[in-house]
Design a protein around this ligand. Structure first.
Ligand code: G3P
Ligand code: CA
Length: 277
């Protein structure tokens, strides 16, 4: 039988819905992931936080304050402060849609009010193997056990082999230690090393040999990406997926210098650029 193709082999430039279609819907909610997929995203991104009782949830910030609002079910303090100091039951009382309606009235929808923080398991239960997941271990040094729990859930939902065979799950982190830990637990899993915007093309290039020892690609900040970086990464068989690319001209420029995918809050804009090609 023919080997299953990686998305990178069938889609020349991967469209990664950053926190879902988070330009149009509240980040890391089911409507944002649904919309990203409807718009043609190849991957939906999850940022992981670990609750006090050891549950992985999809939330970007370490704290609840920016995106969570208390509801009638919340006790005082349930929806502020560090996620790792709350139980899942506490954070499940919080509304993570209302902030979006207040901040982006042009995209506000009544149905966003009252949306809850999804657990990673709920995300896997909803989409199963129908999509690809691009999962980030966030602040892993403050969340011991995060990597083990991620791999356990991937196993439970039958995603470990598809991740290894066709990149159905890409695991990303700014932390080399977190990725090296995953690599030690299962060297077959495809990993993406993120680099912060404090780096430059040159400083990233200096780290490519070390990165290639455990990763299949890099996720640099878009401003650090030039052709020498893309060529140096490709010379080491590393794919290049810049973040977070929201404007059509910058999408076109990055594609012209050879990137392999990108994170975007507006997956429809990237689809339109790719359709033109
Ligand atoms: O994971 C790629 C990009 O999302 C990294 O930045 O802060 O949005 O997670 P951040
Ligand atoms: Ca991220």
């Amino acid at each position: 039988a023919e080997a299953a193709k990686k998305p990178a082999e069938t889609a020349p430039v991967l469209n990664v819905g950053h926190r879902g279609a988070s330009g149009y819907a509240p980040e890391h909610t089911i409507p944002a992931y649904d919309l990203a997929l409807k718009m043609g995203a190849d991957y939906i991104e999850q940022d992981l936080q670990l609750t006090k009782d050891g549950v992985l949830v999809a939330l970007h910030d370490e704290t609840l304050d920016r995106t969570a609002r208390p509801t009638a079910e919340s006790a005082p303090g349930d929806c502020t402060g560090l996620v790792r100091e709350k139980t899942l039951a506490q954070i499940k009382t919080c509304d993570v849609g209302s902030w979006f309606n207040e901040t982006y009235p042009q995209y506000a929808k009544p149905e966003y009010v009252g949306l809850r923080i999804p657990t990673l398991e709920e995300v896997f239960q909803r989409y199963r193997k129908s999509t690809n997941y691009y999962i980030e271990t966030k602040s892993p040094e403050s969340a011991p056990g995060m990597e083990e729990e991620l791999l356990r859930l991937m196993d439970e939902y039958g995603l470990t082999k598809p991740a290894a065979d066709r990149w159905q799950v890409l695991i990303q982190s700014f932390s080399p230690a977190s990725l090296q830990k995953v690599h030690a637990l299962d060297p077959s899993l495809p990993l993406i090393q993120l680099f912060s915007g404090a780096e430059t093309s040159q400083t990233i290039q200096a780290r490519l040999d070390a990165t290639a020892a455990y990763a299949v690609g890099i996720g640099p900040s878009k401003g650090d990406v030039d052709k020498p970086l893309v060529d140096a990464a490709h010379a080491r068989c590393l794919d290049v997926h810049p973040y977070t690319v929201n404007e059509t001209p910058e999408m076109e420029k990055l594609i012209s210098i050879g990137v392999d995918g990108m994170f975007t809050n507006f997956p429809d804009r990237l689809e339109a650029v790719l359709d033109k090609e």
